[in-house]
Design a protein around this ligand. Structure first.
Ligand code: HEM
Length: 478
């Protein structure tokens, strides 16, 4: 029956290339939301060459399909260039949900990063916040660099027990090269083999088969890069002097024998996924946070007051909150929620793939369609969030202690959906709250508004943040 139903509406497109030329390079989420308004449909669909994408533009549609029907909406679209030619199909982000590795990866991450396990990292996080604040003190104008270093340091220590010394660190270089290659190989519309997989059989020496030679070169390089930190941990463990970490604990679960090669491989991919998942996301959120604090002095003062009261109650003479204090910083949690809503890190989350034919609101959703959740559209929906373009943490403060007066928690959609929901959510929240509390306890952030308040703009990438503008960061007297 579904086949007699229409596809969700969308722009009329070129016979061969489909909507390829219509897809905007800047803020595609805004275009999808505009199409949704134009066609008066929460779902819009378009085709690029032979691949169809459906974008979900409302909270209800996203929840109904990606969460409630997660069993059929949790796969990932296949990039033949990246997954096959570059050999990255086994990565945590790309693995098919039907592959038994998917469940194994997520189980390991859950055991290492879940709510209870995360407490093991409190000391590490506090030490890294301290390093970050020292950086802010030394050169506040380099705040972005300090935030980047901090995110990499936290995850390298947590995943591998490796201490990063500065931003030119060898291991950061390794991870950044891998991320850069992945970005090129995954660029939508760039590789015809993604649309016509038969091209992968073309011999590499044929003129025009540049993509095959490139894919092969990247495969070798990415494989080498992903081995570096893993082999480093194993070398340290063999030498007997190593720092306990996610990887070391899993490699020798009973404390004496190493796991078999199959489990070793699972651990390697899982730890690699942690680095890829944690760095750019946390960095984006923290940059947006700093920018928003510069613009909203009232919010900043109120959060500082709350931090001061909590640290005073716990006799923190340095005025610096600890991880165990975070549960009392209710207003700061509201600020974090509003940062995630106002400046979503992942405006389109990551694409999912539907594995069976389906039907929704009278539309046919064919198996094999890429499904994109327009998170940005949800955060800007004025029914859910009145005055959505206004930054206002008050949305998430319960009136007279009544939690039901709060607007919907954006963490329910900023961290993804169904069986692909971000497994680092709790770890990310603890890291971000501790960083925010540390920064606000020691510094004032402000910008010169004499020539008018700076214009807020957002970057376009897999992770997005507020485009940095000139700000001042000055130490506070406590
Ligand atoms: C501000 C912080 C973060 C945000 C906003 C965020 C957001 C997301 C989103 C939107 C996805 C895709 C979910 C989907 O496909 O439905 C995702 C996946 C993932 N995230 Fe995060 N994330 C954050 C931090 C972290 C951290 C700290 C870690 C690890 C320590 C992490 C590890 C991962 C992994 C491994 C995946 C892939 C899951 C899968 O495909 O099964 N993330 N994240």
């Amino acid at each position: 029956r579904q086949h007699y139903l229409p596809l969700p509406p969308g722009p009329s497109t070129h016979t061969f290339a489909g909507a390829q030329k219509l897809l905007p390079r800047i803020h595609p989420w805004k275009t999808y939301a505009a199409w949704s308004q134009k066609y008066r449909s929460p779902l819009v669909s378009f085709r690029v060459y032979n691949r169809r994408t459906i974008v979900l533009n409302t909270r209800e549609a996203i929840h109904d399909l990606l969460n409630k029907r997660a069993h059929m909406y949790s796969d990932r679209p296949k990039s033949w260039m990246y997954h096959v030619l570059c050999g990255r199909g086994n990565s945590v982000f790309n693995i098919s949900a039907s592959n038994e590795r998917h469940a194994r990866y997520r189980k390991l991450i859950q055991s290492g990063l879940g709510a209870r396990a995360a407490k093991k990292y409190w000391e590490l996080l506090e030490a890294e916040v301290d390093n970050l604040l020292q950086g802010f003190r030394r050169s506040p104008q380099d705040f972005e660099k300090h935030i980047r270093r901090n995110a990499a340091a936290v995850i390298m220590k947590m995943a591998y027990g490796y201490s990063i010394l500065d931003e030119d660190d060898f291991f950061i270089g390794v991870a950044e090269e891998a991320a850069q290659i992945s970005g090129w190989a995954l660029a939508p519309g760039r590789w015809m083999v993604d649309y016509f997989p038969i091209l992968r059989y073309i011999p590499s020496w044929i003129p025009g088969a540049h993509f095959k030679r490139q894919g092969e070169a990247w495969r070798v390089r990415l494989q080498d890069l992903s081995e570096v930190p893993h082999q480093w941990v194993k070398g340290q463990m063999a030498s007997g002097t190593y720092t306990d970490s996610f990887t070391s604990r899993l490699l020798r679960p009973d404390g004496c024998t190493f796991v078999d090669p199959d489990e070793d491989d699972i651990i390697k991919w899982t730890a690699g996924g942690l680095y890829a998942g944690a760095t750019d996301t946390t960095i984006s959120a923290m940059i947006s946070f700093v920018m928003l604090m510069a613009l909203h002095q009232d919010v900043q003062r109120r959060a500082q007051l709350e931090i001061h009261e909590v640290t005073k109650a716990h006799n923190r003479t340095d005025g610096l909150p600890r991880a165990s204090d975070l549960g009392e910083l209710k207003y700061l949690v509201a600020v974090l929620k509003e940062v995630l809503r106002y400046a979503p890190v992942s405006n389109l989350a990551l694409p999912h793939l539907v594995t069976q034919d389906d039907e929704y609101h009278g539309y046919h959703i064919p198996a094999g369609t890429t499904i994109v959740a327009n998170v940005w559209a949800v955060t800007r929906d004025s029914q859910t969030y009145p005055n959505p373009d206004v930054f206002d943490p008050e949305r998430f403060v319960a009136k007279d202690g009544d939690e039901s007066t709060q607007q919907p928690d954006p963490r329910l959609f900023c961290f993804g959906f169904g069986r692909r929901t971000c497994p680092g959510t709790q770890f990310a929240e603890t890291t971000m709250l501790l960083t925010m509390a540390g920064i606000l306890s020691q510094f004032n952030i402000w910008c010169n508004k004499e020539a008018g308040a700076p214009q807020v703009d957002f970057t376009t990438a897999i992770t997005s943040c507020i485009v940095p503008f000139d700000i001042n960061i000055t130490p506070r007297s406590i």
